[in-house]
Design a protein around this ligand. Structure first.
Ligand SMILES: Nc1ncnc2c1ncn2[C@@H]1O[C@H](COP(=O)(O)OP(=O)(O)OP(=O)(O)O)[C@@H](O)[C@H]1O
Length: 492
């Protein structure tokens, strides 16, 4: 995609002053000098300075060989880079490079994002790296990366993350006929992205960098949203809305009052219905689609007392009233003035610099779906300035509106429902944009997503399953210093 990325208003440089750990620069991957003294590295999770470990990731940490391997290593000594064998570079971003690495002797593979601390400081990117780490530490969701460890080496700050072997959606789209996805595939990717965004919003995180390049494909074909260095963290004020009464707020749940209201599903039932694998007994009994689980999940860890009810006393005892309730926990009133994102994906309010909130993610979702379906973004101009001008002022136009190609004539092009959804998401005024007040659930109810089983989406069959990941063979052992003696061959 052209158009480049705008990282932050205060620094838009993209020079890679970061340390290059590219194995191709070395005689063998194993020769890479990851740090100047890994013995003094600090595994912040193990040391307890980061409050995240496998125990606080109940959904992603179960039956995960990676966690098991790391856990048993940590039982003996703090984890350090010397425990990993670097295989090759997966790619570079603005604040670091990502490597495929194996935890030595385990056949467990990880993606390690290595950031040079000096370069981060001199380029004023320390905060971004810190934000990304903090966000990754909190995540525990099927469509978001697991952070296994943060290794604070003398020169490098390294994030040990889940490795995603299937490439990204940008590359996958190029391989489709006409370089665009059909409706059913776009619907699948958009729905998994939507769930990931919903979860992030409920944690008070505005993602701000949705684009196909940041949507990775797992080995099983499901997705993983990556790259959180442009994300915004804010405080959420969960609110219950009554569906039949529109947007009227029934009660607020402040940070100290996080119990389940009578008649509402309990936190554990919501979590189970959402994240348990298919076939789990709890699943079969409770396949409810619930849009508000992450908030409860987030809150469930805290000691709770009954919430303060500001109105609708009946709700206290009525299960039917509860079924009419909808939790809004997204940071709809978050505000940031930063100029962040990728030109073609920037929301008008970011360009205008008037302050923006989570509605920017719904704008980018609209651009994302458009790009998946049409093979290009809607407002792209000949240069970045023209692109920005188009985003702010140009009306949305679908390529097949006036110029019907063969696919459209045959009914294979994007459906009317897809276009209607895109239109709703690409409303330039964020306060009128779809989902700006009622959050992700409004999008989920759109006709484009009809037939999606939100609770069981993880069990659906993805449109594309990548070829199985073949673990690279370890390099041959280095030749012995001395000439072989007859003793070396005694087995032959
Ligand atoms: N967990 C992962 N598994 C596999 N590949 C990954 C993983 N994380 C990142 N990558 C790949 O590594 C490359 C660099 O990723 P990174 O997140 O550092 O930066 P970016 O998304 O390219 O850019 P920026 O940080 O500037 O927005 C990307 O090409 C991405 O596809």
């Amino acid at each position: 995609m052209t158009g480049g990325g705008v990282s932050e208003s205060e620094s838009t440089d993209t020079d890679q002053q970061l340390v290059d750990l590219d194995p191709s620069c070395h005689s063998s991957p194993a020769d890479i000098n990851w740090s100047s003294g890994s013995s003094s590295s600090c595994d912040t999770f193990a040391a307890g300075s980061g409050n995240v470990g496998s125990s606080s990731k109940p959904h992603k940490a179960n039956n995960d060989a990676g966690w098991e391997a790391i856990r048993s290593l940590r039982a003996e000594a703090p984890l350090s880079l010397s425990h990993f064998r670097v295989i090759h570079k997966l790619g570079s971003g603005d604040i670091g490079s990502v490597y495929l690495a194996e935890l030595k002797g385990t056949e467990c593979y990880f993606a390690i994002k290595a950031m040079d601390k000096k370069a981060l400081t001199s380029r004023n990117k320390l905060m971004r790296a810190e934000t990304e780490r903090e966000i990754l530490e909190t995540l525990d969701h099927p469509f978001l990366p697991t952070l296994y460890a943060h290794l604070d080496e003398p020169q490098l700050s390294c994030l040990v993350m889940e490795f995603c072997p299937g490439g990204d959606l940008h590359v996958l789209r190029q391989r489709q006929p006409g370089k665009r996805f059909r409706d059913h595939a776009a619907r699948f990717y958009a729905s998994e992205v939507l769930l990931a965004l919903e979860y992030l919003h409920m944690l008070g995180i505005v993602y701000r960098d949705l684009k196909p390049e940041n949507v990775l494909v797992r080995e099983d074909g499901h997705i993983m949203l990556t790259d959180f260095d442009l994300s915004l963290k804010c405080i959420v004020h969960p609110t219950l809305l009554q569906k039949s009464r529109g947007l009227e707020s029934l009660f607020d749940i402040d940070s100290d009052d996080r119990a389940t209201p009578p008649g509402m599903p309990t936190p554990s039932s919501i979590i189970q219905s959402y994240v348990l694998p298919c076939g789990h007994p709890s699943r079969q009994n409770n396949p409810t689609t619930v849009s508000c689980l992450p908030v409860f999940h987030h809150f469930a860890k805290k000691k709770s007392k009954p919430p303060k009810f500001h109105s609708l006393r009946h709700a206290e005892s009525s299960a039917s009233a509860a079924s009419n309730l909808q939790l809004l926990a997204e940071p709809t009133d978050a505000r940031s003035m930063s100029f962040v994102g990728t030109h073609e994906y920037l929301a008008p309010e970011i360009i205008a610099g008037d302050g923006h909130g989570n509605a920017v993610d719904w704008w980018t979702l609209g651009i994302f779906i458009f790009e998946l379906l049409y093979g290009r973004t809607p407002f792209r101009g000949p240069d970045n300035d023209k692109t920005l001008a188009n985003v702010v002022a140009q009306a949305l136009h679908f390529p097949d509106d006036d110029d019907e190609d063969d696919e459209t004539v045959l009914g294979l092009g994007p459906s009317a429902a897809a276009k209607d959804l895109i239109r709703g998401l690409l409303v330039k005024d964020p306060s009128r944009r779809m989902a700006s007040s009622r959050g992700a659930s409004e999008i989920k109810q759109h006709a484009f997503f009809r037939g999606i089983n939100w609770a069981l989406i993880r069990c659906s069959i993805p449109p594309h399953i990548p070829s199985p990941f073949v673990p690279p063979r370890p390099p041959p052992p280095s030749p012995p210093d001395k000439r072989p003696t007859s003793g070396d061959f005694e087995d032959f």
